[in-house]
Design a protein around this ligand. Sequence first.
Ligand code: MN
Length: 247
Amino acid sequence: MNQPRIGIAGVVRSWDGASRTGVNSAYVQAVMGAGGLPLIVSPLAGPARAGAFLDAVDGLLLTGGEDVDPALYGATPSPRLGAVSRERDLFELALVREAAERQLPVLGICRGLQLINVALGGTLWQDLGSERTSHLIHDPPADRGARSHGIRITAGSRAATALGGVQLRVNSLHHQGVRELAPALTATAWAEDGLIEAAEGPPEGSWLLAVQWHPEELAEGTVADRGLFAGLVREAASRATGPAQAR
Ligand code: MN
């Protein structure tokens, strides 16, 4: 079978004295591990090329990284706001909009969840530690693969289906989070402090699932950890071979 093509939205970083663009290797490895063909796109492509890029893929992965610019959800910047990239925000907002038009399967991770929520009209906590009362620390000083808190998942949801259960311990590498959830999304997983850790689109719509943790960094690769990538690749495969996608 052909490998479904999974578009992965990348970042721009300064590294070794040069501006470079790409994605964390863990995303590429996770997509390949699930049987997908990773195709990386740079935010330098710009919003006007978002549709052309999505024409070339069967599914989309939105990755972690910068804070989303609070201006995009009508808030003024908190003193604890981290680095933002208007270039990346605008490119990924265009990707979300165009992916919806194409009914492409979408998996969002960390910033990906936050960006999708903002794209659909939701708002964010700009800095959980200073803005939201909780007994949990969502950005503990730990390895990227360290499982630092539990989540509970709605039975029967897309998340539960992909993860194969309703409880999981996850890593947590975020200082922002979903504040008001976009009307088009349903929360389907929460941390022990009530923070939304997964949200998804309506069951009758195209496959849209986003999580706040980083499954790509859970290197031991249990079935649950691989399940989100497996779900994305499976949906992309069915779309690639379905009647609506005759090429
Ligand atoms: Mn968390």
